[in-house]
Design a protein around this ligand. Structure first.
Ligand code: NAI
Ligand code: MG
Length: 488
Protein backbone atom coordinates (compact mmCIF):
# COMPACT_ATOMS: atom_id res chain seq x y z
CA UNK A 1 0.00 0.00 0.00
CA UNK A 2 1.29 3.46 -0.85
CA UNK A 3 2.19 5.57 2.15
CA UNK A 4 0.57 8.95 2.47
CA UNK A 5 1.96 11.64 4.71
CA UNK A 6 -0.64 14.15 5.78
CA UNK A 7 0.14 17.81 5.47
CA UNK A 8 1.27 19.49 8.67
CA UNK A 9 -1.56 20.86 10.79
CA UNK A 10 -1.70 24.58 11.37
CA UNK A 11 -0.67 25.91 14.79
CA UNK A 12 -3.21 28.53 15.81
CA UNK A 13 -2.84 29.04 19.57
CA UNK A 14 0.52 29.68 21.26
CA UNK A 15 -0.29 32.20 24.00
CA UNK A 16 -1.66 32.00 27.52
CA UNK A 17 -5.43 31.57 27.68
CA UNK A 18 -6.56 33.69 30.62
CA UNK A 19 -10.05 35.03 31.32
CA UNK A 20 -11.18 34.06 27.82
CA UNK A 21 -8.38 36.03 26.14
CA UNK A 22 -5.15 35.07 24.41
CA UNK A 23 -2.24 36.89 26.05
CA UNK A 24 1.54 36.79 25.77
CA UNK A 25 3.41 35.91 28.97
CA UNK A 26 3.74 38.92 31.28
CA UNK A 27 7.53 38.61 30.99
CA UNK A 28 7.27 38.53 27.19
CA UNK A 29 9.27 35.28 27.23
CA UNK A 30 8.60 32.34 24.95
CA UNK A 31 9.90 28.78 24.66
CA UNK A 32 10.11 26.43 21.71
CA UNK A 33 8.06 23.34 21.18
CA UNK A 34 9.88 20.80 19.02
CA UNK A 35 8.70 18.24 16.50
CA UNK A 36 10.37 15.13 17.97
CA UNK A 37 10.38 13.36 14.60
CA UNK A 38 12.53 16.03 12.94
CA UNK A 39 13.97 18.00 15.89
CA UNK A 40 12.67 21.15 14.17
CA UNK A 41 10.93 23.96 16.02
CA UNK A 42 7.15 23.89 15.52
CA UNK A 43 6.31 27.12 17.31
CA UNK A 44 7.33 29.64 19.95
CA UNK A 45 4.95 29.39 22.90
CA UNK A 46 4.33 31.93 25.67
CA UNK A 47 6.39 31.01 28.74
CA UNK A 48 4.05 31.61 31.65
CA UNK A 49 5.35 32.17 35.16
CA UNK A 50 4.13 33.38 38.57
CA UNK A 51 2.55 36.58 37.26
CA UNK A 52 0.53 34.79 34.58
CA UNK A 53 -0.57 32.12 37.03
CA UNK A 54 -1.68 34.84 39.43
CA UNK A 55 -3.77 36.47 36.70
CA UNK A 56 -5.26 33.09 35.76
CA UNK A 57 -6.11 32.35 39.40
CA UNK A 58 -7.85 35.72 39.79
CA UNK A 59 -9.88 34.99 36.67
CA UNK A 60 -10.74 31.43 37.80
CA UNK A 61 -11.63 32.72 41.28
CA UNK A 62 -14.01 35.36 40.01
CA UNK A 63 -15.61 32.89 37.56
CA UNK A 64 -16.09 30.55 40.52
CA UNK A 65 -17.46 33.11 42.94
CA UNK A 66 -19.53 35.34 40.70
CA UNK A 67 -20.67 35.41 37.11
CA UNK A 68 -22.46 32.96 34.88
CA UNK A 69 -20.61 29.79 35.90
CA UNK A 70 -21.61 30.03 39.55
CA UNK A 71 -25.26 30.50 38.69
CA UNK A 72 -25.45 28.06 35.81
CA UNK A 73 -27.74 25.08 36.29
CA UNK A 74 -25.81 21.84 36.58
CA UNK A 75 -27.59 20.45 33.53
CA UNK A 76 -26.40 23.40 31.44
CA UNK A 77 -22.84 22.82 32.61
CA UNK A 78 -23.30 19.29 31.32
CA UNK A 79 -24.59 20.61 27.99
CA UNK A 80 -21.44 22.68 27.55
CA UNK A 81 -19.32 19.59 28.13
CA UNK A 82 -21.38 17.69 25.54
CA UNK A 83 -20.84 20.56 23.09
CA UNK A 84 -17.10 20.52 23.68
CA UNK A 85 -17.05 16.75 23.07
CA UNK A 86 -19.04 17.22 19.83
CA UNK A 87 -16.73 19.98 18.70
CA UNK A 88 -13.63 17.88 19.34
CA UNK A 89 -15.19 14.98 17.45
CA UNK A 90 -15.92 17.31 14.53
CA UNK A 91 -12.24 18.42 14.44
CA UNK A 92 -10.90 14.96 15.21
CA UNK A 93 -8.58 14.63 12.20
CA UNK A 94 -7.02 18.04 12.70
CA UNK A 95 -6.57 17.58 16.44
CA UNK A 96 -5.07 14.13 15.96
CA UNK A 97 -2.57 15.59 13.49
CA UNK A 98 -1.64 18.39 15.89
CA UNK A 99 -1.16 15.88 18.71
CA UNK A 100 0.99 13.72 16.46
CA UNK A 101 3.10 16.70 15.38
CA UNK A 102 3.81 17.96 18.91
CA UNK A 103 4.15 14.61 20.70
CA UNK A 104 5.47 12.32 17.97
CA UNK A 105 2.79 9.67 18.41
CA UNK A 106 1.57 7.90 15.27
CA UNK A 107 -1.46 9.62 13.83
CA UNK A 108 -3.23 6.27 13.62
CA UNK A 109 -2.93 5.92 17.42
CA UNK A 110 -4.07 9.50 18.03
CA UNK A 111 -7.15 8.85 15.88
CA UNK A 112 -7.98 5.39 17.17
CA UNK A 113 -7.09 5.78 20.83
CA UNK A 114 -6.40 9.27 22.21
CA UNK A 115 -9.16 11.26 20.49
CA UNK A 116 -12.05 8.79 20.93
CA UNK A 117 -11.12 8.45 24.61
CA UNK A 118 -11.07 12.25 24.96
CA UNK A 119 -14.56 12.55 23.48
CA UNK A 120 -15.87 9.67 25.56
CA UNK A 121 -14.44 11.07 28.80
CA UNK A 122 -16.01 14.50 28.27
CA UNK A 123 -19.39 12.92 27.45
CA UNK A 124 -19.22 10.62 30.43
CA UNK A 125 -18.67 13.53 32.83
CA UNK A 126 -21.18 15.72 30.98
CA UNK A 127 -23.79 13.19 32.07
CA UNK A 128 -22.63 13.45 35.67
CA UNK A 129 -23.01 17.22 36.00
CA UNK A 130 -26.66 17.04 37.17
CA UNK A 131 -26.26 13.83 39.14
CA UNK A 132 -23.95 15.10 41.87
CA UNK A 133 -26.06 15.45 44.98
CA UNK A 134 -26.09 14.95 48.73
CA UNK A 135 -28.25 12.93 51.09
CA UNK A 136 -30.65 13.49 53.95
CA UNK A 137 -29.20 12.20 57.20
CA UNK A 138 -31.28 10.82 60.12
CA UNK A 139 -29.46 12.43 63.07
CA UNK A 140 -30.66 12.35 66.72
CA UNK A 141 -33.10 15.05 67.81
CA UNK A 142 -35.65 17.22 66.07
CA UNK A 143 -33.49 18.34 63.20
CA UNK A 144 -33.43 18.17 59.45
CA UNK A 145 -29.90 17.26 58.39
CA UNK A 146 -28.70 17.01 54.85
CA UNK A 147 -25.46 17.08 52.89
CA UNK A 148 -24.64 19.17 49.85
CA UNK A 149 -21.95 18.30 47.33
CA UNK A 150 -20.23 21.53 46.37
CA UNK A 151 -17.34 22.14 43.97
CA UNK A 152 -13.96 22.25 45.69
CA UNK A 153 -13.24 25.62 44.05
CA UNK A 154 -10.38 26.72 41.83
CA UNK A 155 -8.31 23.74 40.77
CA UNK A 156 -4.75 23.69 39.47
CA UNK A 157 -4.05 20.92 36.98
CA UNK A 158 -0.56 19.93 35.87
CA UNK A 159 -0.22 17.32 33.15
CA UNK A 160 2.53 15.44 31.31
CA UNK A 161 3.34 15.04 27.63
CA UNK A 162 2.56 11.39 26.92
CA UNK A 163 -1.20 11.84 26.27
CA UNK A 164 -1.61 15.63 26.15
CA UNK A 165 -5.24 15.83 25.06
CA UNK A 166 -6.39 12.79 26.97
CA UNK A 167 -4.84 14.04 30.21
CA UNK A 168 -6.55 17.38 29.59
CA UNK A 169 -9.90 15.62 29.22
CA UNK A 170 -9.36 13.45 32.32
CA UNK A 171 -8.72 16.64 34.29
CA UNK A 172 -11.32 18.96 32.77
CA UNK A 173 -14.21 16.47 32.66
CA UNK A 174 -14.74 15.87 36.38
CA UNK A 175 -13.66 19.39 37.41
CA UNK A 176 -16.19 21.07 35.11
CA UNK A 177 -18.96 18.58 35.88
CA UNK A 178 -18.48 19.36 39.58
CA UNK A 179 -18.61 23.13 38.95
CA UNK A 180 -14.95 23.94 39.62
CA UNK A 181 -12.89 26.42 37.62
CA UNK A 182 -9.48 25.58 36.22
CA UNK A 183 -5.92 26.82 35.93
CA UNK A 184 -4.07 24.28 33.80
CA UNK A 185 -0.42 23.95 32.91
CA UNK A 186 0.28 21.59 30.02
CA UNK A 187 3.69 19.95 29.70
CA UNK A 188 6.37 22.16 28.15
CA UNK A 189 7.04 19.46 25.52
CA UNK A 190 3.43 19.36 24.26
CA UNK A 191 1.40 22.53 24.89
CA UNK A 192 -0.35 22.81 21.52
CA UNK A 193 -3.44 20.59 21.74
CA UNK A 194 -4.38 21.75 25.23
CA UNK A 195 -4.29 25.35 23.97
CA UNK A 196 -6.46 24.35 21.00
CA UNK A 197 -8.92 22.68 23.35
CA UNK A 198 -9.16 25.94 25.32
CA UNK A 199 -10.06 27.77 22.12
CA UNK A 200 -12.73 25.16 21.30
CA UNK A 201 -14.13 25.48 24.83
CA UNK A 202 -14.39 29.23 24.30
CA UNK A 203 -16.15 28.74 20.96
CA UNK A 204 -18.77 26.36 22.37
CA UNK A 205 -19.59 28.86 25.10
CA UNK A 206 -17.70 28.16 28.32
CA UNK A 207 -17.77 31.48 30.20
CA UNK A 208 -14.53 33.46 30.55
CA UNK A 209 -12.35 32.38 33.45
CA UNK A 210 -13.79 28.87 33.80
CA UNK A 211 -10.87 27.35 31.92
CA UNK A 212 -7.46 29.04 31.95
CA UNK A 213 -4.36 27.51 30.37
CA UNK A 214 -0.88 28.79 31.13
CA UNK A 215 1.94 27.05 29.24
CA UNK A 216 5.39 27.09 30.82
CA UNK A 217 7.94 25.07 32.74
CA UNK A 218 7.43 22.88 35.82
CA UNK A 219 9.30 24.59 38.64
CA UNK A 220 8.14 28.08 37.52
CA UNK A 221 4.59 27.99 36.12
CA UNK A 222 3.83 24.61 37.75
CA UNK A 223 5.42 25.62 41.05
CA UNK A 224 3.38 28.84 41.09
CA UNK A 225 0.17 26.80 40.81
CA UNK A 226 1.25 24.58 43.67
CA UNK A 227 2.09 27.50 45.97
CA UNK A 228 -0.76 29.85 45.08
CA UNK A 229 -3.12 30.52 48.01
CA UNK A 230 -6.01 31.09 45.62
CA UNK A 231 -5.96 27.49 44.40
CA UNK A 232 -7.89 24.92 46.43
CA UNK A 233 -6.72 21.69 44.89
CA UNK A 234 -3.96 20.41 42.64
CA UNK A 235 -4.34 17.42 40.34
CA UNK A 236 -1.01 16.23 38.97
CA UNK A 237 0.10 13.52 36.59
CA UNK A 238 3.80 12.86 36.09
CA UNK A 239 6.83 11.52 37.90
CA UNK A 240 6.72 10.51 41.59
CA UNK A 241 9.78 12.68 42.29
CA UNK A 242 7.83 15.72 41.06
CA UNK A 243 4.83 14.69 43.18
CA UNK A 244 7.10 14.63 46.24
CA UNK A 245 8.16 18.23 45.55
CA UNK A 246 4.53 19.23 44.99
CA UNK A 247 3.40 17.61 48.24
CA UNK A 248 6.02 19.54 50.21
CA UNK A 249 5.26 22.83 48.48
CA UNK A 250 1.49 22.38 48.88
CA UNK A 251 1.81 21.76 52.62
CA UNK A 252 1.89 25.45 53.34
CA UNK A 253 -1.62 26.02 51.98
CA UNK A 254 -2.87 22.48 52.77
CA UNK A 255 -4.18 22.00 49.27
CA UNK A 256 -6.13 18.95 48.34
CA UNK A 257 -3.89 16.78 46.19
CA UNK A 258 -4.42 13.97 43.74
CA UNK A 259 -1.57 12.25 41.96
CA UNK A 260 -1.38 9.86 39.06
CA UNK A 261 2.23 8.73 38.84
CA UNK A 262 4.44 6.13 37.26
CA UNK A 263 4.68 2.38 37.35
CA UNK A 264 6.67 -0.76 36.74
CA UNK A 265 3.68 -2.90 36.02
CA UNK A 266 3.92 -6.70 36.08
CA UNK A 267 2.39 -8.50 33.11
CA UNK A 268 2.16 -12.18 34.07
CA UNK A 269 1.92 -14.86 31.41
CA UNK A 270 1.13 -18.45 32.45
CA UNK A 271 1.82 -21.51 30.32
CA UNK A 272 -1.92 -22.24 30.17
CA UNK A 273 -2.71 -18.92 28.42
CA UNK A 274 -3.37 -18.24 24.75
CA UNK A 275 0.32 -17.59 24.09
CA UNK A 276 -0.14 -15.89 20.71
CA UNK A 277 -2.64 -13.44 22.16
CA UNK A 278 -0.54 -12.89 25.31
CA UNK A 279 2.54 -12.11 23.19
CA UNK A 280 0.61 -9.77 20.92
CA UNK A 281 -0.93 -7.88 23.84
CA UNK A 282 2.31 -7.83 25.84
CA UNK A 283 3.92 -6.22 22.79
CA UNK A 284 1.06 -3.71 22.63
CA UNK A 285 1.04 -3.15 26.41
CA UNK A 286 4.69 -2.10 26.37
CA UNK A 287 5.47 -0.58 22.96
CA UNK A 288 2.22 1.35 22.52
CA UNK A 289 2.85 5.10 22.56
CA UNK A 290 6.60 4.46 22.25
CA UNK A 291 6.53 2.87 25.70
CA UNK A 292 5.59 6.21 27.22
CA UNK A 293 2.68 4.94 29.32
CA UNK A 294 2.43 5.15 33.08
CA UNK A 295 0.85 1.67 33.03
CA UNK A 296 3.28 0.09 30.52
CA UNK A 297 3.65 -3.63 31.16
CA UNK A 298 7.39 -3.33 31.59
CA UNK A 299 8.05 -6.36 33.79
CA UNK A 300 6.81 -9.33 31.81
CA UNK A 301 6.86 -12.44 34.02
CA UNK A 302 6.67 -15.52 31.82
CA UNK A 303 6.30 -19.11 33.06
CA UNK A 304 9.62 -20.80 32.33
CA UNK A 305 8.15 -23.64 30.26
CA UNK A 306 6.94 -21.20 27.57
CA UNK A 307 9.49 -18.43 27.95
CA UNK A 308 11.53 -19.16 24.83
CA UNK A 309 8.45 -19.51 22.66
CA UNK A 310 6.99 -16.29 24.07
CA UNK A 311 10.20 -14.30 23.58
CA UNK A 312 10.41 -15.48 19.97
CA UNK A 313 6.86 -14.30 19.31
CA UNK A 314 7.44 -10.86 20.80
CA UNK A 315 10.75 -10.56 18.93
CA UNK A 316 8.97 -11.27 15.65
CA UNK A 317 6.38 -8.58 16.38
CA UNK A 318 9.18 -6.14 17.23
CA UNK A 319 10.92 -6.86 13.94
CA UNK A 320 7.74 -6.05 12.02
CA UNK A 321 7.07 -2.82 13.86
CA UNK A 322 7.22 0.11 11.46
CA UNK A 323 9.12 3.13 12.80
CA UNK A 324 8.91 6.43 10.98
CA UNK A 325 7.05 9.64 10.29
CA UNK A 326 4.24 9.85 12.87
CA UNK A 327 2.02 11.64 10.33
CA UNK A 328 2.21 8.63 8.01
CA UNK A 329 -0.90 6.52 8.70
CA UNK A 330 1.16 3.31 8.22
CA UNK A 331 3.57 4.14 11.06
CA UNK A 332 3.39 1.97 14.21
CA UNK A 333 6.01 3.78 16.28
CA UNK A 334 7.15 7.39 16.34
CA UNK A 335 9.99 9.10 18.19
CA UNK A 336 10.29 9.57 21.96
CA UNK A 337 9.04 12.94 23.05
CA UNK A 338 12.37 14.73 23.49
CA UNK A 339 16.13 14.47 23.84
CA UNK A 340 15.93 13.97 27.62
CA UNK A 341 13.65 10.97 27.31
CA UNK A 342 15.74 9.58 24.45
CA UNK A 343 18.95 9.89 26.51
CA UNK A 344 17.33 8.31 29.57
CA UNK A 345 16.16 5.31 27.55
CA UNK A 346 19.50 4.80 25.79
CA UNK A 347 21.19 4.90 29.21
CA UNK A 348 18.91 2.13 30.47
CA UNK A 349 19.60 0.05 27.35
CA UNK A 350 23.33 0.30 28.16
CA UNK A 351 22.68 -0.58 31.79
CA UNK A 352 20.62 -3.64 30.78
CA UNK A 353 23.50 -4.94 28.68
CA UNK A 354 26.04 -4.26 31.43
CA UNK A 355 23.83 -6.04 33.94
CA UNK A 356 23.98 -9.14 31.75
CA UNK A 357 20.42 -9.31 30.43
CA UNK A 358 20.08 -10.89 27.00
CA UNK A 359 19.18 -8.25 24.43
CA UNK A 360 17.07 -10.05 21.82
CA UNK A 361 15.94 -7.12 19.64
CA UNK A 362 16.65 -3.42 19.22
CA UNK A 363 19.08 -1.50 21.37
CA UNK A 364 19.87 1.27 18.92
CA UNK A 365 18.69 4.59 17.74
CA UNK A 366 16.60 4.39 14.57
CA UNK A 367 17.75 6.77 11.82
CA UNK A 368 19.84 9.87 12.46
CA UNK A 369 17.14 12.50 12.88
CA UNK A 370 14.42 12.54 15.52
CA UNK A 371 14.35 10.70 18.84
CA UNK A 372 13.55 7.21 17.54
CA UNK A 373 14.50 4.15 19.59
CA UNK A 374 14.23 0.61 18.20
CA UNK A 375 11.79 -1.67 20.01
CA UNK A 376 14.11 -3.31 22.50
CA UNK A 377 13.54 -6.66 24.20
CA UNK A 378 15.61 -7.99 27.09
CA UNK A 379 15.28 -11.64 28.08
CA UNK A 380 16.71 -13.33 31.20
CA UNK A 381 16.19 -10.25 33.30
CA UNK A 382 16.41 -10.74 37.06
CA UNK A 383 14.46 -8.87 39.73
CA UNK A 384 17.31 -6.74 41.04
CA UNK A 385 18.51 -5.41 37.68
CA UNK A 386 17.84 -1.71 37.24
CA UNK A 387 15.93 -2.39 34.02
CA UNK A 388 13.54 -4.45 36.19
CA UNK A 389 13.13 -1.87 38.95
CA UNK A 390 13.19 1.57 37.32
CA UNK A 391 10.54 3.17 35.16
CA UNK A 392 12.24 3.48 31.74
CA UNK A 393 9.27 5.08 29.94
CA UNK A 394 10.42 3.89 26.56
CA UNK A 395 10.23 0.94 24.16
CA UNK A 396 12.19 -1.45 26.39
CA UNK A 397 10.64 -4.72 27.60
CA UNK A 398 12.11 -6.88 30.33
CA UNK A 399 11.17 -10.57 30.39
CA UNK A 400 11.58 -12.34 33.74
CA UNK A 401 11.06 -16.05 34.28
CA UNK A 402 8.96 -17.76 36.98
CA UNK A 403 7.87 -21.27 37.88
CA UNK A 404 6.42 -20.91 41.36
CA UNK A 405 3.10 -19.18 42.09
CA UNK A 406 3.88 -17.99 45.64
CA UNK A 407 7.24 -16.48 44.70
CA UNK A 408 5.58 -14.88 41.72
CA UNK A 409 3.10 -12.88 43.82
CA UNK A 410 5.89 -11.62 46.06
CA UNK A 411 8.11 -10.74 43.13
CA UNK A 412 5.33 -8.99 41.20
CA UNK A 413 4.49 -6.91 44.28
CA UNK A 414 8.13 -6.19 45.13
CA UNK A 415 8.15 -2.59 43.84
CA UNK A 416 7.25 0.78 45.31
CA UNK A 417 4.93 1.27 42.36
CA UNK A 418 1.40 -0.15 42.15
CA UNK A 419 -0.36 1.25 39.13
CA UNK A 420 -1.36 -1.70 36.96
CA UNK A 421 -0.86 -5.41 36.42
CA UNK A 422 -2.07 -8.08 34.03
CA UNK A 423 -2.55 -11.83 34.14
CA UNK A 424 -2.76 -14.24 31.21
CA UNK A 425 -4.26 -17.65 31.97
CA UNK A 426 -7.22 -19.86 31.07
CA UNK A 427 -7.63 -20.85 34.74
CA UNK A 428 -10.33 -18.54 36.06
CA UNK A 429 -9.62 -19.24 39.74
CA UNK A 430 -5.92 -18.47 39.30
CA UNK A 431 -6.80 -15.23 37.50
CA UNK A 432 -9.14 -14.06 40.26
CA UNK A 433 -6.76 -15.07 43.04
CA UNK A 434 -3.99 -13.06 41.44
CA UNK A 435 -6.32 -10.12 40.80
CA UNK A 436 -6.93 -10.11 44.57
CA UNK A 437 -3.30 -10.46 45.55
CA UNK A 438 -1.64 -7.98 43.22
CA UNK A 439 -1.09 -4.59 44.86
CA UNK A 440 -2.10 -2.44 41.90
CA UNK A 441 -4.89 0.00 41.08
CA UNK A 442 -5.86 -1.84 37.90
CA UNK A 443 -5.58 -5.53 37.06
CA UNK A 444 -6.28 -6.67 33.51
CA UNK A 445 -7.08 -10.33 32.93
CA UNK A 446 -6.43 -11.65 29.42
CA UNK A 447 -6.28 -8.09 28.10
CA UNK A 448 -4.09 -4.99 28.45
CA UNK A 449 -4.61 -1.24 28.37
CA UNK A 450 -8.39 -1.48 28.35
CA UNK A 451 -9.50 2.00 29.41
CA UNK A 452 -12.99 3.34 29.83
CA UNK A 453 -14.21 6.65 31.21
CA UNK A 454 -16.44 4.73 33.65
CA UNK A 455 -13.65 2.60 35.16
CA UNK A 456 -11.54 4.20 37.93
CA UNK A 457 -7.81 4.41 37.30
CA UNK A 458 -4.97 5.24 39.67
CA UNK A 459 -2.22 3.86 41.81
CA UNK A 460 -1.54 1.94 44.99
CA UNK A 461 1.66 2.84 46.86
CA UNK A 462 3.89 5.43 45.14
CA UNK A 463 1.94 5.24 41.89
CA UNK A 464 -0.55 7.77 43.09
CA UNK A 465 -3.16 9.16 45.43
CA UNK A 466 -6.84 9.18 44.56
CA UNK A 467 -8.46 7.90 41.39
CA UNK A 468 -9.36 9.40 38.04
CA UNK A 469 -12.29 8.40 35.82
CA UNK A 470 -15.58 6.91 36.91
CA UNK A 471 -17.60 8.16 39.84
CA UNK A 472 -14.43 7.95 41.96
CA UNK A 473 -12.80 10.52 39.71
CA UNK A 474 -15.40 13.12 40.68
CA UNK A 475 -14.82 12.84 44.42
CA UNK A 476 -11.64 14.93 44.60
CA UNK A 477 -13.49 17.82 42.93
CA UNK A 478 -16.31 17.88 45.45
CA UNK A 479 -16.54 19.08 49.06
CA UNK A 480 -19.26 17.71 51.33
CA UNK A 481 -21.18 20.27 53.36
CA UNK A 482 -23.47 19.20 56.21
CA UNK A 483 -26.46 21.43 56.91
CA UNK A 484 -28.44 20.94 60.11
CA UNK A 485 -31.75 22.76 60.56
CA UNK A 486 -33.58 22.86 63.89
CA UNK A 487 -37.20 21.86 63.53
CA UNK A 488 -37.96 22.90 67.13
P1 NAI B 1 7.55 15.60 35.30
O1 NAI B 1 6.83 14.95 36.43
O2 NAI B 1 8.71 16.45 35.64
O3 NAI B 1 6.55 16.51 34.43
C1 NAI B 1 5.14 16.39 34.44
C2 NAI B 1 4.52 17.77 34.55
O4 NAI B 1 4.89 18.35 35.79
C3 NAI B 1 4.97 18.76 33.48
O5 NAI B 1 3.88 19.61 33.15
C4 NAI B 1 6.04 19.55 34.19
O6 NAI B 1 6.24 20.85 33.66
C5 NAI B 1 5.48 19.63 35.59
N1 NAI B 1 6.46 19.87 36.64
C6 NAI B 1 7.77 19.51 36.66
N2 NAI B 1 8.36 19.93 37.79
C7 NAI B 1 7.42 20.58 38.51
C8 NAI B 1 7.41 21.25 39.78
N3 NAI B 1 8.52 21.35 40.52
N4 NAI B 1 6.26 21.81 40.21
C9 NAI B 1 5.14 21.72 39.48
N5 NAI B 1 5.08 21.11 38.27
C10 NAI B 1 6.20 20.54 37.80
O7 NAI B 1 8.00 14.46 34.28
P2 NAI B 1 9.12 14.58 33.13
O8 NAI B 1 10.33 15.29 33.67
O9 NAI B 1 8.46 15.12 31.92
O10 NAI B 1 9.47 13.05 32.88
C11 NAI B 1 10.36 12.38 33.78
C12 NAI B 1 9.92 10.94 34.00
O11 NAI B 1 8.67 10.93 34.68
C13 NAI B 1 9.66 10.14 32.73
O12 NAI B 1 10.83 9.59 32.22
C14 NAI B 1 8.72 9.09 33.23
O13 NAI B 1 9.43 8.04 33.86
C15 NAI B 1 7.89 9.82 34.29
N6 NAI B 1 6.61 10.30 33.75
C16 NAI B 1 5.47 9.64 34.10
C17 NAI B 1 4.26 10.02 33.57
C18 NAI B 1 3.00 9.32 33.93
O14 NAI B 1 2.06 9.35 33.14
N7 NAI B 1 2.89 8.73 35.08
C19 NAI B 1 4.15 11.11 32.61
C20 NAI B 1 5.39 11.79 32.34
C21 NAI B 1 6.55 11.36 32.90
MG1 MG C 1 10.86 16.60 35.28
Amino acid sequence: MATVTLSKPEVKQTECFIDGKWLPAASGKTFQTINPATEEVIAEVAEGDAEDIDLAVKSARSAFESGPWKNMDARDRGRLLYKLADRIEQDLDELAALESLDNGKPISDAKAADLPLVVDCLRYYAGYADKIHGQTVPIRGNYFCYTRKEPVGVVGQIIPWNFPMLMTAWKWGPALAAGCTIVMKPAEQTPLTCLRMAQLAKEVGFPDGVINVVPGYGPTAGGSIVKHRGIDKVAFTGEHLTAQIIMKEAADSLKRLTFELGGKSPNIVFADSDIDLAAEKAHFGLYFNQGQCCCAGSRVFVEESIREEFVEKVAKLNEHRKLGDPLDPQTDQGPQVDQNQFDKIMKYIDIGQQEGANMVTGGKRHGDKGYFVEPTLFDQVTDDMKIATDEIFGPVMSVLSFDNYQDLVERANNTFYGLAAAVWTRDIAKAHNLANELRAGTVWVNCYDVFDAAAPFGGFKMSGMGRELGEEGLKPYVETKTVTVSLG
